[in-house]
Design a protein around this ligand. Structure first.
Ligand SMILES: [Zn+2]
Length: 413
């Protein structure tokens, strides 16, 4: 499926780019249709696209389906709801066969509700047709396919203006990662890459009691491991969905979930964020069971104060509350030196010296935090998460739950 592309024959307003992997509708503010695109090859297995762009104008959105008529063979209708000749389309929640509604409320969710980064797919398996929304199989469609030789149809209709074909490797992973999981996702285990092995050696020097860690949730996000999984760099999580960035270049050590997080199915409902901290604070934070506020006395008596370079009670803008926990949906901000203060690590087996930075990866309850703009020097920290919304803060205890500790090691030069 890695070579699956869109067909060059497409609707009058559609354009195929990126070597056939991306389709868009031109002038999306002034026209809402003529955006039909097809798969270049007849459908084999599942065909899935990710929405890259939507506009607020118009009411309808993406439609997807199959047609047994080859894209070259006839004029293309303005809308997929008008395609005939052995065509099955999912529109909103309804199945349309050759321009007639055949099954109302087929899918559990509406295609209109699929946001940017959401995925929709179609599959022919054992002569039956299935649709997928965000990786979730919506069930068998009650219709006879005219032919087993079908092309996928994607209609960039209404609000949906740009999609990209999801690669086969991403498809395999997303099977478990993007479906709203019943359980916290356990990652497939391979042997660790060199970077992950190095991170583990560093982590072992901290002598964190085993009771805190859960290695089933270890995950290496080094560039190589991340690329091999075919994951995206950003995901929407929680309800309502919020964007967060995968910590590419870092490596995660899984932490045990506390019972209240388990009970609240935080992996389903909560947002994702990072809290950069100093290496020496990992243990007191774990011992206390939650992120600490400046001024807190951690278990064992060590007082947590505002980090170096941060505002304090004696030095802060008027009205600024420093007694908050700061987080960010991107490690590019939470991992800055001001939060994740670097420490030297000497790797015994190789004798090499590294700078190490750490951050907690957490689930945070939607609505429990304020979204603020960056208070750090510099700008455009992240490509997708804007500076205006990059700093999250909460005054609510118990709003966050640990998912893991992410670690970055950089060799000193
Ligand atoms: Zn790796």
């Amino acid at each position: 499926m890695a070579d699956v592309q869109f067909h060059e024959v497409c609707g009058a307003q559609a354009a195929i780019t990126n070597g056939g992997r991306v389709a868009e509708r031109k002038a999306p503010e002034s026209s809402f249709d003529k955006g039909i695109v097809f798969s270049k090859q007849p459908l084999k297995g599942r065909f899935e696209v990710r929405i890259r762009r939507k506009v607020a104008a118009w009411s309808g959105s993406i439609r997807i389906g199959v047609t047994s008529r080859s894209p070259e063979s006839a004029a293309i209708a303005n809308s997929s709801a008008a395609l005939k000749g052995g065509t099955v389309i999912l529109s909103d929640r309804d199945v349309i066969v050759d321009a007639r509604t055949q099954q109302e409320n087929y899918s559990s969710v509406s295609l209109k509700s699929v946001e940017v980064d959401g995925r929709v797919g179609v599959e022919i398996k054992d002569r039956a047709l299935y649709f997928y929304i965000n990786g979730k199989n919506q069930g068998k469609v009650e219709t006879e396919l005219r032919s087993q030789n079908c092309w996928a149809v994607v209609d960039l209709y209404g609000q949906c203006v740009e999609v990209e074909i999801v690669s086969s490797s991403a498809l395999n992973v997303s099977e478990s990662s993007s479906v709203v999981p019943e359980q916290r996702k356990v990652l497939p285990k391979g042997s660790p890459c060199q970077y992950q092995a190095l991170v583990h050696r560093f982590f072992n020097t901290l002598v964190i009691p085993e009771i805190f860690v859960d290695s089933r949730y270890d995950c290496c996000y080094c560039i190589k491991c991340h690329a091999e999984r075919g994951d995206l760099d950003y995901y929407n999580r929680g309800s309502p969905p919020a964007l967060y960035a995968i910590p590419v270049g870092w490596c995660r050590l899984g932490l045990k979930l506390n019972p209240s997080a388990e009970a609240n199915k935080v992996w389903d409902t909560h947002h994702r964020a990072y809290h950069g901290t100093a290496v020496d604070k990992i243990r007191p934070i774990l011992d206390t069971g939650q992120l600490l506020f400046p001024g807190d006395v951690a278990l064992g008596g060590s007082k947590i104060s505002e980090g170096k370079g941060h505002f304090t009670d004696d030095w802060k803008p008027k009205g600024f509350n420093t007694k908050k926990i700061f987080l960010s949906p991107t490690i590019k901000y939470a991992g800055l030196e001001a939060y994740a203060r670097k420490k030297e690590y000497v790797d015994k087996p190789t004798g090499k010296k590294y700078w190490v930075r750490v951050a907690f990866q957490v689930w945070i309850r939607a609505g429990s935090y304020d979204v603020g703009q960056s208070t750090m020097a510099g700008k455009n920290f992240d490509e997708r998460i804007l500076d205006q919304g990059i700093e999250w803060s909460t005054v609510e205890r118990g709003a966050t739950h640990f998912s893991g500790i992410v670690v970055k090691l950089e060799e000193q030069t």
